[in-house]
Design a binder for this molecule. Sequence first.
Ligand code: SF4
Length: 363
Amino acid sequence: MVPYLLHWFEYNARILPWREEPQPYYVWISEIMLQQTRVEAVKALFERFIRELPDVRALAEVSEERLLKLWEGLGYYSRARNLKKAAQVVMERYGGRLPDTKEELLTLPGIGPYTAGAIASIAYGRVAAAVDGNVLRVMMRLRGSFEDITKDAVKRELAACLENVMPREKPGNFTQALMELGATVCLPNGKPLCEQCPIMHLCKAFHQGTELMLPVKPQKKARSIEWRTILVFQTPTGFLLHKREAKGLLAGLWELPNLEGRFGYEALEELLGMAGVKYRAISHMGPAKHIFSHIEWHMDGYRIELETGWRKEIACLEAQDGQAAQLVRLVKDSVEAAREELREVYSVPAAFDAYRSAIEKIN
Ligand code: SF4
């Protein structure tokens, strides 16, 4: 299998910004970005990130606010926070140079066996396997194996097997070849392009006609659905933004103020009245949906235009009971962001994209 894969990779590797110069820092950042995000989406975000944070020191010193802004569009923001924590450890413990063994890399925050293997093999030429979803899919099909790929034991056995067969010279090319085959040929969801595959003649699943059944993983639990009402408070010079709690979903990120549940127009007017929030006009912005890994947000949004003296009025609001009190807390804890700041300064997660785009169109 190895020579066929390496030969194919030599002629079919995609040109990617982190491949041009596979230094450890670039491999690390790109591999973390590529978890849960498509290559095409990562390319531009990677280049922007590297332009502003070109090395481990810059990453260790960047403010959290700026880091999260640079991470916007990638989601799973804990990955960005872990990058910074790991960069600080690398500065303190290794003088700014990422360690070169899988074992040491594994001690850094946010680096698991896959990322450690990728950095060690691609950037440092070490014999270290990197088993991600692409590699698992290719290998299970190649072997015609019906083992459950979510099991750690299956991943460990596969990693050991790959480390046995990896070439001792340039093992990183083998790692990348397997990943690349999974990403571009041995595609998921019933679409492998077997006729373009360099290892088709060795592939058990292809010969047995089982490629569409593999790999095997248990069915995920259905996502729960949560309704949210998004409140786009417009002031004469900007929009209100609220910081989410430090723990839980979208922890510590800026959001458009929102309430749990679905409010009709009249119910919302009534709630605003109970909370004492005075407004000039209110208009319906329409529904939107965002899918997280375990939950779906079904949203409905309203634009609420506040009067010129909104700041003073909001400061005087008293917390009452229930949802009105929740609304009062929400507006009192919010900051005002000009449209430009919404674009350039505050990191607002993709869940609010539909309403952020609508904000851009407001005159
Ligand atoms: Fe995947 Fe088809 Fe190649 Fe087998 S022959 S590894 S199923 S693309």
